[in-house]
Design a protein around this ligand. Structure first.
Ligand SMILES: N[C@@H](CCC(=O)N[C@@H](CS)C(=O)NCC(=O)O)C(=O)O
Ligand SMILES: *[C@@H]1O[C@H](CO)[C@@H](O)[C@H](O)[C@H]1NC(C)=O
Length: 213
């Protein structure tokens, strides 16, 4: 590997967006240098690499910087096409994969943030959370992964958020297993993948962080 081809990831351990990128890199078997960023005291490197949003994750590759987790995951899929593809090849299937990943960014992230920031009433937030996951369960159906037999783009977009199930269950006395059994089974399947289990944060730790805010 030449110097120009070195891969560097600016990240923060508990970021669901950074986790997407780590999972995608693991699925593709790409080696990279991991640079943890202090988000309360941002480094020159981060400010220079992502001047628009000044956020992690940032992927550095071939002298370029790529920002925004879903765009980074698509980039990874295009640059390392030899390993199993993350996005499907057929245009409609690709559009559908992007639609659901966008849904995760808009709905799952937004609702999860309400609990995280302890905004609004927990039971209302939990009701919305369950409705969102019922829609996702409908899309998953009886498939192994969202893209069918192979773990891929929608799975990567969504899986970092499963660590919030425990916090929702504790805060709102609900059972994700009762509400969305197929999603819970999917989450367990995803966790059997090394790239996923290595990237995600312990759900109990997340719950404690929410409580201590
Ligand atoms: N839409 C972005 C979201 C990235 C994001 O929200 N990053 C957070 C950490 S989870 C961050 O860097 N926050 C620091 C800040 O906004 O100052 C993506 O998909 O990459
Ligand atoms: C912020 O980070 C710089 C190095 O990047 C360090 O020299 C400085 O002490 C840090 N400031 C605080 C308040 O932690």
């Amino acid at each position: 590997m030449t110097h120009e081809e070195a891969v560097v990831l600016l990240d923060s351990l508990i970021s669901p967006f950074g986790q997407r990128v780590r999972i995608a890199l693991a699925e593709k078997g790409v080696d990279y240098e991991y640079k943890v960023q202090d988000l309360k005291n941002k480094s020159e490197l981060l400010l220079k690499s992502n001047p628009v949003y000044k956020q992690i994750p940032v992927l550095m590759h071939n002298g370029n910087t790529i920002c925004q987790s879903l765009i980074i995951v698509q980039y990874i899929d295009e640059v390392w096409p030899d390993k199993a593809p993350l996005l499907p090849t057929e245009p409609y299937a690709r559009a559908n994969a992007r639609f659901w990943a966008d849904f995760v960014d808009k709905k799952v992230y937004e609702c999860g943030s309400k609990l995280w920031k302890r905004k609004g009433e927990h039971h209302e937030t939990a009701k919305e959370w369950v409705e969102i996951f019922k829609l996702l369960e409908c899309e998953l159906g009886d498939k192994k992964y969202f893209g069918d037999e192979a773990f891929g783009y929608i799975d990567i977009a969504l899986v970092p958020f499963i660590v919030l199930f425990y916090a929702f269950e504790q805060c709102a006395k609900l059972s994700m297993d009762e509400e969305c059994p197929k999603i819970v089974a999917w989450a367990k399947r995803c966790m059997e993948r090394e790239g996923v289990s290595n990237a995600l944060t312990d759900p109990k730790k997340i719950y404690e962080m929410i409580l201590s805010q």
